[in-house]
Design a protein around this ligand. Structure first.
Ligand code: DGL
Length: 291
């Protein structure tokens, strides 16, 4: 198994959401080769049983390890909550998730020590954010809200977007003010509370960050895990002396398990702000316990 500077970093999500983490990773480590997997065929993960999602995590990590990845980022909160620990036990490369980095960002940002978390049903049910936040500061009050319509909003919104101009900011990808009322209604239970920090606990949510920010108002700081997770990946590779040379031309390969190869190429290019080139179809067999 290759673990040299030139080995790729593996990144995966249930769909397009992980691209928000990938954008940050590329910004911080432009020379790294990357293999990205979007498990669109089985998206959304949020409503599934955590055991099932854990199986998907092990299966995709196994595929990435076989391709020689030197580090894997589970760029999905639901998948992190369901399978990070199992994957870390099963594979010999460093594997990081997005929950702990997001929790850390929230703990650093809050003054009032009242933090909201919005995420998928699976992530909220797992209690992973509460545990991660309380591990760092047991005195913080955490209120979690499952916001299942948001993943669909992002996946569909990207598909309805006309034009192919990459956006300067990922939030520009979703300019439809009409969706603002759905976002406001969904967040109503949190808007009544005296929170000063809200964790975007799903990697799809930064795409509608501006709508969430408008709904919550200027007194609430929004945090996502992308920047922190990318920084963690950098630290790990730096300490292992396995960082790629930033000046080298990176090879980035994109795979989707869905039948949406052309769509994935278009949306991926929109989210990342540059043409991602050919997207390959990845045929993963139905998950079996013995993978
Ligand atoms: N992007 C995933 C996350 O961060 C959620 C999407 C899904 O439900 O599949 O939790």
């Amino acid at each position: 198994m290759a673990q040299s500077e030139r080995a790729p970093i593996g990144v995966f999500d249930s769909g397009f959401g992980g691209l928000t983490v990938l954008a940050e990773l590329i910004g911080q480590m432009p020379g790294e080769d990357i293999i990205f997997v979007g498990d669109s065929a089985r998206c959304p993960y949020g409503p599934r049983q955590l055991d099932e999602v854990r199986g998907f995590v092990l299966q995709i990590c196994s595929w990435l390890v076989e391709r020689g990845c030197k580090l894997i980022i589970i760029a999905c909160n639901t998948a992190t909550a369901a399978g990070l620990q199992a994957a870390q036990r099963a594979f010999p490369v460093p594997i990081i998730g997005v929950v702990e980095p997001g929790a850390r960002a929230a703990v650093h940002a809050t003054h009032s020590r009242a933090v909201g978390v919005i995420a998928t049903r699976g992530t909220v049910a797992s209690g992973a954010y509460e545990r991660a936040i309380h591990h760092l500061d047991a005195g913080i009050e955490v209120v979690s809200l499952a916001t299942p319509p948001f993943v669909e909003l992002v996946e569909q919104g990207l598909q309805h977007r006309s034009g192919v101009e990459p956006a300067a900011d990922v939030a520009e990808l979703f300019p439809y003010a009409a969706y603002g009322s759905l976002v406001r209604e969904t967040l109503a239970p949190l808007r009544k509370l005296p929170l000063d920090t809200l964790v975007l606990g799903c990697t799809h949510y930064p795409v509608i960050r501006h709508l969430i920010g408008e709904a919550m108002g200027p007194g609430v700081t929004l945090v996502s895990s992308a920047e922190e997770a990318a920084r963690d990946a950098h630290q790990i590779l730096h300490r292992r002396e396995a960082l790629a040379d930033d000046a080298q031309v990176a090879v980035r390969s994109f795979f989707t398990t869905g039948g949406d190869v052309a769509d994935f190429e278009r949306f991926g290019s929109l989210v990342l702000g540059f043409p991602i080139g050919e997207v390959h179809h990845l045929d993963l067999p139905a998950y079996r316990e013995d993978v």
